[in-house]
Design a protein around this ligand. Sequence first.
Ligand code: RRO
Length: 315
Amino acid sequence: MLSTQIANIKLDGYAFNASGINNEVLKQLEKIAQSDSAVVMFKSCSLEPRKGNPNPKYIVKSDLIPGCTFNSMGLPNKGIEANLEFIQELKKQTQKPICFSTVGLENPLQENLELVQKVQAQGLADLIEINLSCPNIEGEGILGYDFKSLKTMITELSQVQGSAKIGFKLPPYTDVTQFSQVAEILLNSKTSFITSINTLPGLVIDPKKASTVIKPKNGQGGLGGDFLKPLALYNVRQFYERLEGKISIIGVGGIKNGSDAFEFLLAGADSVQVGTGMAHEGLGVFEKIHTELSAILQENGFGSVGEAKGRLKFL
Ligand code: RRO
């Protein structure tokens, strides 16, 4: 049986569901709890319920982007009050750690503060992933690229201590100066974990129709899946080299089998999340990843996840 830890929270398994894929309502969350996912991860939640962007807003599979998904969901979610009830129900049904997810819109700091305080006051969640990287809010930039706001958000929000450890979901970064700046902010805060990376902003065009493929934001959205894996591995490794083992790292981007998960483990990820892999293969993907990863660890002479973590070889 594989096990790992995120900020001292023990996980039975290494992989769990990424936010945003079939985890918006209680029925879907219950199915995740019953699967081999190591954590029950929630859809990012705002203070008020939201319907999200106009359709079509989600491409699950297309030859235009093999192995990928593309979305501009626009944060559909049931709002904080309903989501707190979902946590309460799930706690009766599962021992698995629960990772809540919060997002702020017009006033991200204030709204996230209120959300995190409500979750901490309830005292049932194990982890809170604060989403600083949604690419799909009309008229708004990605918070994680505005380093001044990022510093304030990470510093203030990581201080709201309670039953849940606080972490941040980050956008894909591409330059060493970005990793250094973000790592410094994180190390000077009370952050327990990061999740790296969110979807990559992009534009998908269907040449046969000379058209975009989704409606919101003139066809721009977030790309997930196969195309992301090298970028996600790069992000995990860059943070692993800078965070001195003080902040746990959850890798996400293009993981669909045990070999992919092993690559993230070698890069330094404490755990991984699966989004597109779950959209394409369903909840069975977690058992598959765990079975395959166990075999790979054994073949390579590693007795545990911890033994292999970060043990990437260089030429
Ligand atoms: O709901 C979304 O449009 C969405 C979010 Br909040 C996010 O963080 N990442 C993404 O690809 N879509």
